[in-house]
Design a protein around this ligand. Structure first.
Ligand code: OGA
Ligand code: MN
Length: 207
């Protein structure tokens, strides 16, 4: 199984990231790819491989559903199934395009599935930790083939940590990829009213 890489699409993502700090590609993955990955996520959840997401790092790590209500399952390249390997390969192509065009020097990807149940969201935050600046670009790929407006769960982007005005609102529709700068683009997930599935990933540099 492979998810076809699209150099034109990757170039457009690089351009938007350079110009605005974020990019949205509505058809990054095909319907078939989305349903294969969603099935993998459901299978892993049924096998109890998901756990409540925590906020912070190290000693400061805690569970706080008022801040962040999703459940996650980290992707392990060694244990990846065929659709997961195809996804990792596709995201590696994007990583290399970013290095080629924007000289980001990102050398690895960490990624997890996330499931937000009804009522769950993620309060406004930046993805870069205060004590670790390895994360350069954040990626979110949605696995919801028939998301409706009434299902809520939109991602709101702000152009900076301080910005009060919204820069963009993205619905978590299946196949859509969002890429954003981990250090500057703050963002928030509004409460979902239906199960909301995704893969979130971070491209990291050596620190
Ligand atoms: C995250 C995050 C956004 C989304 O996992 O850090 O901000 O739309 N996710 O799921
Ligand atoms: Mn985030």
């Amino acid at each position: 199984m492979s998810f076809e890489a699209d150099a034109t699409e990757d170039d457009a993502i690089c351009d938007a990231l350079a110009a605005r700090g974020f990019a949205v590609a509505p058809d990054f993955l095909s319907r078939d790819a989305v349903s294969a990955l969603r099935a993998e996520a459901l299978r892993r959840r049924a096998a109890s491989e998901f756990h409540a997401a925590r906020v912070g790092r190290g000693d400061a790590m805690q569970r706080d559903a008022a801040i962040r209500g999703d459940e996650v399952c980290w992707l392990d390249a060694q244990a990846a199934s065929a659709p997961e390997r195809a996804l990792l390969a596709r995201l590696t192509a994007l990583r290399l395009a970013l290095n080629r065009t924007l000289f980001l020097g990102v050398h690895e990807l960490e990624a997890h599935y996330a499931c937000y149940g009804p009522g769950a969201g993620y309060a406004r935050h930046l993805d870069r930790f205060s004590d670790d600046d390895a994360r350069v670009i954040s990626l979110v790929l949605y696995l919801n083939p028939s998301w409706r407006e009434a299902d809520g769960g939109v991602l709101q982007l702000f152009a900076s940590r301080e910005a009060r005005e919204l820069a963009l609102v993205v619905a978590p529709r299946g196949g859509t990829l969002v890429a954003l700068r981990s250090d500057t683009i703050s963002h928030e997930v509004l409460a979902a009213h239906a199960e909301r599935w995704s893969v979130a990933g971070w491209l990291r540099r050596r620190t």
